[in-house]
Design a protein around this ligand. Structure first.
Ligand SMILES: Cc1cc2nc3c(=O)[nH]c(=O)nc-3n(C[C@H](O)[C@H](O)[C@H](O)COP(=O)(O)OP(=O)(O)OC[C@H]3O[C@@H](n4cnc5c(N)ncnc54)[C@H](O)[C@@H]3O)c2cc1C
Ligand code: SF4
Length: 562
């Protein structure tokens, strides 16, 4: 069986959804190959409106579930109401040379269903970092190359935020921002008073906070602040491929979405010197099928895209597609979320909050932004949050308990907390490779993952704890406690690299348009393409790079160059 399309997209998650929308809207007959089952917007969100007492286990994980799934159970978003969107540990095993939590969602929409929706732009400080420090190759693009594409994707996806006017975190096309509560605003003003280069801002996040026509046209409406987003939102209040980009692609009539299609490899035409299609294994029937197209977008999520390219072997590319320099799979990096800090604040005790907010304040990176100033490379951003928690009496029974519950509703303090989001350095020693012995149930080699923290990460963690302790003290917070989360790499779910972009084919795999240097009709626009990680949550950058690469690819096709 063989079928021909103009374009093939591998994966239907955040980046694949954008590739599909852009290709279809530009008139290309596009095949999206998705290894998982189909999840249709609204109708396949079985827990999207359930109340806690409607769940068999009150929306918690059972001990059996945790014991059977130690890896995915360590993801904070994995619970009874979401477990059907996550890959379980025994379903698609991989080999951990070093502990690595590979958190995956194999279905239409990928992880766009469960993500936390934080969407911060990169600035030139981020793109220039590697060239300045020399710890990775220079990015072949700068902020000006991607800025219009950030605007383009932000307008369609719906990003809320404030125009904060910060050089190191450029403003975007924002919908109204969520409010800060009084203690968060207090922290903001204290930090502004004590530091010139540190700012507390509201997080920029992919939630519709204003019912504009562009969202009504997508059948999406304003977020109702229920904060159970990762179960799938029937309002389309947050951005997912399922609610936004895939339906847009569908409306053009150019989309063929094929679920249960495990891409085995990309097929290389030795005569023409370019890719001619992909080999797929039907996950249900086991049948092998080749699909053909003029261009291929690889959007299977960072490490799966590495796996597919490594498994795409031909006489021209015996070590994987485009892998002349042997660097495919190497220089993988991630974000270090290993430290948190908490404290109490005894101000504003006459106030509390009402309602919920699917977002929280953000502390943009302030270390080594304009120049190297510490004994570690690069820096960290951080989340911040203040809440007035309900009072739970620790003792008492019967009448006494009733009495203390009805007289005191809240603790006598606010709880504040922060978590770090550190940049890690892409290194050759942090890599993924195909295992030479073990294969999965479709005969595809299992992925071997060898990724670890290093000395730079440890120094950065110490600096985060020192700086945030100082900042908390200056804000008058008490009972400050730092904590090591002991997270494995990967638990941040921001794994990136392995197919990095760069100027030079000797030291990188992709050119500045995300095309493989040595196979120009194959584009990789998910996290695999990232030359370095900086500190911002990465998915907005994948979306912008994808839309930009599609525009470039289609222009080249029109000129008959691809
Ligand atoms: C709980 C959680 C919170 C997060 N919070 C944030 C956040 O706040 N901000 C942020 O920027 N990011 C966040 N992320 C990360 C974000 O979800 C990912 O960066 C993003 O989804 C990556 O997009 P992608 O297209 O590369 O991959 P995915 O969205 O994972 O999609 C990849 C798709 O490819 C399919 N696929 C894989 N292999 C194959 C194959 N061989 N053949 C066919 N199909 C294949 C998969 O089934 C999947 O559907 C979070 C993730 C999680 C789980
Ligand atoms: S908080 Fe908003 S986006 Fe999230 S589930 Fe509720 S309505 Fe939907």
């Amino acid at each position: 069986m063989s079928e021909k399309f103009d374009a093939i997209v591998i994966g239907s998650g955040i980046s694949g959804g954008w590739a599909a929308k852009e290709l279809c809207e530009k008139g290309l007959k596009t095949l999206v190959l998705e290894r998982g089952r189909e999840v249709k917007h609204i109708e396949d969100y079985p827990t999207g409106t359930m109340l806690p007492w409607e769940f068999e286990h009150r929306n918690r994980l059972t001990r059996e579930m945790k014991e059977a799934n130690p890896i995915v159970s360590r993801c904070y978003a994995f619970y009874e109401g979401t477990e059907h969107f996550f890959v379980k540990d025994d379903e698609h095993p991989y080999i951990q040379e070093k502990p690595f939590d590979w958190i995956r969602g194999y279905q239409t929409g990928g992880k766009s269903l469960m993500w936390a929706r934080q969407t911060q732009r990169w600035s030139d400080f981020d793109f220039e970092g590697p060239a300045r420090d020399g710890f990775a190759v220079d990015w072949p693009i700068r902020y000006a190359d991607i800025a219009p594409w950030y605007s383009y994707v932000e307008k369609f996806a719906g990003i809320s935020g404030n125009k904060d006017g910060l050089k190191n975190l450029p403003d975007g096309e924002f919908l109204p921002a969520h409010e800060m509560n009084c203690v968060e605003s207090h922290f903001q003003s204290q930090i502004a008073k004590h530091y010139k280069d540190r700012h507390i801002i509201q997080g920029r996040c992919a939630h519709i906070t204003d019912n504009r026509q562009i969202y009504l046209d997508q059948n999406r409406s304003k977020c109702m602040h229920r904060t159970i987003c990762e179960r799938g939102c029937p309002y389309g209040g947050y951005f997912s491929s399922n609610s936004s980009t895939l339906p847009a692609a569908q409306r053009t009539g150019n989309l063929t979405l094929r679920p249960h299609s495990v891409v085995h490899s990309i097929l290389f035409d030795e005569k023409l010197g370019k890719a001619k299609g992909v080999k797929v294994i039907d996950a249900i029937s086991g049948e092998e099928i080749d699909f053909h197209a003029r261009i291929i977008f690889v959007n299977a999520s960072a490490l799966n895209s590495n796996l597919i390219l490594l498994n795409s072997k031909s006489s021209r590319f015996p070590n994987g597609l485009g892998n002349d320099n042997g660097m495919l799979g190497k220089y993988v990096a991630f974000h270090n979320y290993n430290r948190t800090i908490s404290a109490e604040f005894e101000g504003y005790l006459d106030k509390t909050t009402s309602g919920k907010r699917p977002n929280s304040p953000y502390v943009p990176r302030f270390r080594n932004v304009e120049k190297q100033e510490t004994d570690f490379l690069r820096g960290y951003a951080a989340g911040f949050q203040a809440s007035r928690n309900p009072y739970y009496p620790s003792d008492g029974w019967g009448e006494d308990l009733k009495e203390s519950l009805s007289t005191k509703k809240y603790n006598d303090y606010w709880t504040v907390g922060s978590h770090m989001m550190g940049e890690t350095i892409p290194k050759e020693s942090n890599y993924v490779a195909l295992d030479d012995k073990e294969v999965d149930k479709w005969g595809i080699p299992k992925l071997r993952i060898s990724i670890d923290y290093d000395e730079n990460d440890k120094k950065m963690e110490q600096d985060y704890m020192d700086q945030f302790t100082e900042m908390f003290e200056k804000a008058g917070f008490k009972n400050i406690k730092t904590r090591e989360s002991k997270r494995n790499p990967g638990n941040d779910i921001h794994e990136m690299g392995g197919v990095r972009m760069g100027h030079d084919p000797k030291t990188s795999l992709l050119d500045k348009w995300n095309a493989l240097h040595h196979c120009q009709n194959v584009f990789v626009t998910d996290g695999a393409c990232m030359t370095s990680t900086s500190t911002q949550n990465p998915s907005l950058t994948y979306m912008a790079l994808t839309a930009r690469a599609v525009d470039y690819a289609v222009n080249r096709m029109k000129r008959a160059e691809l």
